[in-house]
Design a binder for this molecule. Structure first.
Ligand code: ADP
Length: 196
């Protein structure tokens, strides 16, 4: 019954760790970035709207993002918990999530903050651009995404820290090392994990 958020700058390894952590915690991983990308690929109405913002390194407007998450969090498979990767990213999204969770009576258990320095992030994202060709992984767009993160998402760390929910984990090092750091930190907080 774990409800967790994964917050970190673009390129901090959130997506990779989200998949592993959702397995370790036996809860579904919900990545707003993945949901938007799959809508873009399928050419849905949401995808057409979202692509314009994503390709420019901007956030998709809160109204669209909040509706998407509200509907996903009403699905039966998240009743036993969830891992949100990449949501909330703005204060308005924090308010929305609070509202959604208040209605269920189940508060968040923990917010994992994955850190990584800017030079490392730009290197990782440019490498990913070469491998995966994501439209938002060009150098200019990457820099813009980092600015947007600093302006709009970094302030959320303070909000959740004041609630005593934040566990900060260094995102540098091998994927296994980072997973190990996160699972030890969760274990130390008494969060139930499946044996790996
Ligand atoms: P990253 O964080 O590495 O840039 P994501 O896959 O998490 O990659 O997100 C890709 C893009 O999807 C973001 O740059 C943004 O345009 C959009 N997006 C994802 N989550 C949100 C959100 N919570 N609010 C607004 N836009 C979002």
């Amino acid at each position: 019954m774990t409800r967790l958020l994964l917050i970190g700058p673009p390129g901090s390894g959130k997506g990779t760790q989200a998949v592993r952590l959702s397995q370790a915690c036996a809860v579904p991983a919900i990545s707003t970035g993945d949901i938007f990308r799959s809508n873009v690929e399928k050419g849905t109405e949401l995808g057409v709207k979202a692509a314009e913002f994503m390709n420019a390194g901007k956030y998709v407007p809160d109204s669209l993002t909040n509706d998407l998450v509200r509907s996903r969090l009403n699905d039966a498979d998240v009743e036993g918990g969830f891992l949100l990767d990449g949501y909330p990213r703005t204060e308005a999204q924090v308010d929305e999530l609070d509202d959604i969770l208040a209605a269920t009576g189940h508060p968040l258990d923990v917010v994992v903050l994955l850190t990584a320095d800017t030079d490392e992030i730009v290197t990782r994202l440019l490498k990913r651009a070469g491998e995966q060709g994501r439209a938002d992984d060009t150098e200019d767009v990457i820099r813009h995404r980092l600015e947007v993160y600093a302006e709009q998402t970094a302030p959320l760390i303070d909000i959740y820290s004041k609630r005593g929910l934040v566990v900060e984990v260094d995102g540098l090092g091998s994927v296994d090392d980072v997973t190990e750091r996160i699972t030890s930190a969760l274990d130390a907080r008494g969060i139930t994990l499946l044996a790996s």
